[in-house]
Design a protein around this ligand. Structure first.
Ligand code: GLY
Ligand code: MN
Ligand code: MN
Length: 501
């Protein structure tokens, strides 16, 4: 239960420090008692603003954020599809175009500036949100029309800017107050917001859970129909139809529907080749819900059984990599250790199949040979971005070099990276091991010192398998973890395909 107070009367310091208490200098005093942070199950923008201020480590100043403007494609009168800036959404919950916001840190006053009424826009595109609607919808203290933005900032600057800073995200997002030299800080806000965003609150978790449910149902629709499909494009179509029909108009990233060898291309997005003769499909697709991502991969055959020993064997190795890593997730774990474990299981599996040879697990790991088959990170944070932001660690691991054979800086994101802090309760990370048989990766491997560990003749036989990746979104909890991804996998997945055949 939370209490929100708005009053002109200064409150006792003890109350002011209570993180669930809103104090702002309004003319009226009103009290809301609620069960969800802001009384209306609204997106908790105010709570986020306070969290960012805490991460900034200051008690006064003004945060100034610019929302995404409406922009046309180059040389066109057609607007680009709108995508709200994620930092802006985090502090406003507003998915409206052409907005701004300020947060007065000392007075805990969060103000949203919405577009002025525009008759032409109202006739052609529908009216933009009104002040009353925005007040009802968003967890902010004040809503103003854009017309008052400049003068409000000017007033704040005249009152405070001799001793307080204005915090901006980027140098090109400065407020304009022509008559003044503003004291701006463009360095601290971004890392403070990244640190705040790394750990999710209950509301954010619900949004990611919902995004996963939508993706899970859409993946199921594909499995039910895959045996009747003839082209990768149909996979994309059936998947998207399901998401959009459930109200999820946006995807968190471009859909990857790669069959056969295409599954070895990590970000294959053409999705236009015939399925005939292909052994597996790798579908990496996650819907977005209220700007929050899901990130889900399933790899499956076209019929309800594995078409070859090769496909079943590789699926089982990847399944083991994923299961062993997921079950170890809990607060305090270093994700990089799980990435390392996934490599160990991959090497053991590939040694057993004879694809790797002539070395111990440690020798092969230290040579970098396993990176040929598992070139990306075990996972990443998921949130407002599919590859979400988080705090960077202030201390690098000692003996960092020992991880370089299994870490590719270009493809291994935080929290797999050397400098990532340990997992905290409320973080959401993907666990997405994969094994791929990529022609360019194998050709390059033949020229490397670790080539002696790879049986290239046998690896070539696996090229039609393409690749297997299995990806779930995992919430770190007090006791361990919760898997938010509901898309069927393993034997349940095969059974659904069989029923659809
Ligand atoms: N879908 C992109 C990724 O898995 O990271
Ligand atoms: Mn991912
Ligand atoms: Mn993915």
């Amino acid at each position: 239960m939370r209490v929100s107070l708005n009053s002109t009367t200064p409150l006792p310091t003890s109350l002011q420090k209570e993180s669930d208490t809103t104090i702002s200098p309004l003319d009226v005093c009103n009290i809301h008692i609620s069960v969800d942070g802001n009384g209306h199950n609204k997106y908790p923008a105010k709570q986020h603003a306070r969290k960012v201020a805490r991460k900034l480590g200051v008690t006064s100043g003004l945060i100034y954020l610019v929302g995404q403007a409406t922009i046309n494609w180059a040389d066109s009168d057609q607007p680009r599809p709108f995508r709200q800036k994620r930092y802006f959404y985090y502090l406003s919950g507003s998915d409206d175009a052409d907005c701004f916001l300020t947060y007065d840190i000392k007075n805990e006053l969060l103000s949203l500036y919405i577009p002025d009424f525009d008759l032409h826009r109202a006739i052609w595109n529908g009216p933009t949100i009104t002040k009353e609607e925005a007040e009802e919808k968003y967890d902010v203290d004040r809503v103003h029309y854009h017309a008052s933005l400049q003068s409000d900032i000017e007033k704040w600057v005249n009152k405070h800017n001799d001793f307080d800073l204005i915090y901006i995200l980027h140098e090109d997002q400065k407020p304009t107050v022509p008559s003044r030299n503003l004291k701006l800080n463009g360095k601290q806000l971004l890392p403070a917001m990244d640190a705040a965003r790394g750990v999710k609150d209950a509301h954010e978790i619900q949004l990611i859970r919902k995004a996963n449910e939508i993706s899970g149902l859409a993946h199921t629709r594909v499995l039910e129909n895959i045996s009747k499909m003839a082209n990768e494009a149909e996979i994309e179509g059936v998947y998207l139809n399901s998401c959009i029909s459930q109200g999820a108009k946006s995807q968190s990233y471009e859909i990857i529907a790669g069959s056969g060898e295409n599954a070895a291309t990590l970000h294959y997005v053409k999705n236009n080749e015939p399925l005939k003769g292909r052994q597996l499909v790798c579908l990496d697709a996650g819907a977005e819900w209220n700007c929050y991502a899901s990130d889900v991969t399933r790899t499956f055959p076209l019929e309800g059984q594995w078409p070859s020993d090769h496909t079943r064997n590789i699926y089982q190795v990847v399944e083991k990599m994923q299961e062993e890593c997921i079950k170890r997730i809990k607060k305090g774990i270093r994700f990089l250790d799980l990435h390392n474990l996934a490599h160990t299981i991959a090497i053991e599996g590939l040694l057993e199949l004879g694809i790797l040879r002539r070395g111990t697990v440690d020798e092969i790991r230290d040579s970098g040979a396993s990176k040929v088959f598992f070139p990306h990170g075990l996972g990443h944070h998921v949130g407002l971005e599919v590859h979400d932001v988080s705090e960077q660690s202030i201390m690098a691991l000692h003996g960092a070099h020992e991880y370089s054979p299994i870490l590719n800086p270009a493809t291994c994101f935080s929290p797999c990276t050397l400098s990532a802090p340990v997992l905290e309760e409320g973080m959401i990370v993907t666990v997405e091991p994969g094994i791929y048989f990529s022609r360019p990766a194998l050709a390059n491997a033949q020229k490397q010192p670790f080539a002696k560990y790879i049986n290239f003749e046998l690896a070539k036989e696996y090229i039609p398998v393409g690749g297997v990746r299995i990806e779930d979104d995992i919430l770190v909890t007090t006791k361990g973890y919760e898997n938010l991804t509901t898309a069927p996998k393993g034997s349940e997945m095969l059974e659904i395909i069989r029923r659809g055949s």
